[in-house]
Design a protein around this ligand. Sequence first.
Ligand SMILES: [Ca+2]
Ligand SMILES: [Ca+2]
Ligand SMILES: [Ca+2]
Ligand SMILES: [Ca+2]
Length: 316
Amino acid sequence: MHKALFLAVVLLIALHAHAQLFGPRVILSTNFSWPRNLGVRDIDDDGLPEVFVESQLDGRISLFKNQGDFNFGFTLLMSLFPSGFYDVHIEDLDGDGSWELWSGGFLGTVYHSQVAPGVWSWPASNRTVVDSTLASWLLFDFIDSDSVRDVVMSSWPGNIAIWFRGLGSNSFSAPITIINVPNANQARVADFDDDFDNDLVLVSAGDSSVRVFFNADGTGTWDAPLVLSTSSNGVFGCVTADFDVDGHEDIVTASGQKSDSKVEFFRNLGGRVFASSLGICFAPCNGALRVLAHDGMERFRDAKLTHQAYARATLS
Ligand SMILES: [Ca+2]
Ligand SMILES: [Ca+2]
Ligand SMILES: [Ca+2]
Ligand SMILES: [Ca+2]
């Protein structure tokens, strides 16, 4: 009897603790037109991460200043309607202690230098266009292993994925084409073949491909891509992680908007070999456009469904 009572108390405590995991929903703003991508960065170094978001149709980049205790201020960082944005990042690629606001969209691949550390201003006079191709996805990582971060850009409307070699001090090489592919969408970087240089995965909504580009010699010269077969009708998002903890980075993709909508797992078997896709979560994933990144950046348009997809994926 005592044991049953003890278990009941433990259960009640557990339920109570679970109920305390999330407080009431806080709506930061509904005054956006097509917010697509957002990011997190503690830009004033006070230990409280800020949230920033771009909205595509009204051409705005907005910052929610974290004031603690789940209170957020609002700052409109940029308004460039009708030049829409597809992607936004806050980075310090040149390591000078002040941030750059990176945007992808109709202006191309652009960085806006901060006026000074602590001054949240990125005026047009501090704007540098790296490349004018309409950029729908940006990522920053080490492609050529020279300790200077590089920039990878994919362009959905431009049907191309390219990268720019970081040369230091926010200067970059001319664009280097990775591939011309219809509706190039998300790319991610990981060492898929365990040779200590970074490789690349790129998904295409146009030809429903998942391509893995292996870094031939660590300089960003790619071997012929491995094309993973997928039955998805348009692949929109991808993430990587070692989901089965076997030492090899695996890939999960999301497809949606078209007819089938699914989340697919590709298990990395090592030696540049991936198992066939494990399609999961069909009906509940209807409309899944993004899977959640494990790097703290959450990119999604249908948060509820992709959260659900990710949870199911990790539990499988
Ligand atoms: Ca902060
Ligand atoms: Ca900087
Ligand atoms: Ca590699
Ligand atoms: Ca693995």
